[in-house]
Design a protein around this ligand. Structure first.
Ligand code: PNS
Length: 164
């Protein structure tokens, strides 16, 4: 199976990395696809997000990390992917995820969306929460890998606060 794991990854968290590692064990090839035309205003540029993912996914052999723009389903087709992977945290994710999955299915019924449930320890985690905690001076060591935490602090111009 060739699968795509799409997202904004602004920045990637331990929750994303957990899904990447688990998905990479199930599929033959996994493309981690960073959205380049988000309506959201990302904190990090696409290049920065790609670089952070490259640095944290070293050692996973069957993955490729790349950017995409436009429709995800078109990118999936170009990549020869037959599945889209999404992580599910809570019921609150479900409505949006289900809508996306159905939309993508309408656009191309050959591509299946597969949901991987988050590991319980990351169920609370999102890129937005990480950014909010960092901006307000909180410690994000348990939320993002050190290389991403450092870049985040540099980006928002904060000093690192005590670890736990
Ligand atoms: O990390 P996110 O922000 O939850 O990821 C959302 C993403 C990138 C998967 C979604 O916004 C997306 O696929 N965007 C591409 C545009 C598209 O294909 N839209 C129609 C499907 S709903």
């Amino acid at each position: 199976m060739i699968a795509i794991y799409p997202g904004t990854f602004d920045p990637a968290t331990y929750g994303h990395l957990d899904i990447i590692i688990r998905a990479s064990k199930i599929v033959d090839k996994l493309t981690v696809a960073v959205l380049n035309n988000s309506v959201k205003q990302p904190l990090f540029s696409v290049d920065e997000r790609l670089q952070m993912l490259h640095e944290t996914c070293k050692g996973i052999d069957n993955i490729k990390i790349t950017a995409f723009s436009g429709l995800l389903i078109e990118f999936a087709k170009q990549s020869g992917a037959n599945a889209i992977i999404r992580g599910l945290r809570a019921v609150s994710d479900f409505e949006y995820e289900f809508q996306m999955a159905l939309t993508n299915k309408i656009l191309n019924e050959e591509v299946e969306t597969l949901f991987i449930s988050t590991s319980a320890r990351y169920a609370y985690l999102s890129s937005s929460i990480v950014k909010e905690v960092a901006v307000l001076g909180g410690n994000v060591d348990s939320m993002v890998p050190p290389v991403i935490g450092d870049k985040l602090l540099r980006k928002i111009g904060k000093q690192k606060v005590g670890g736990r």
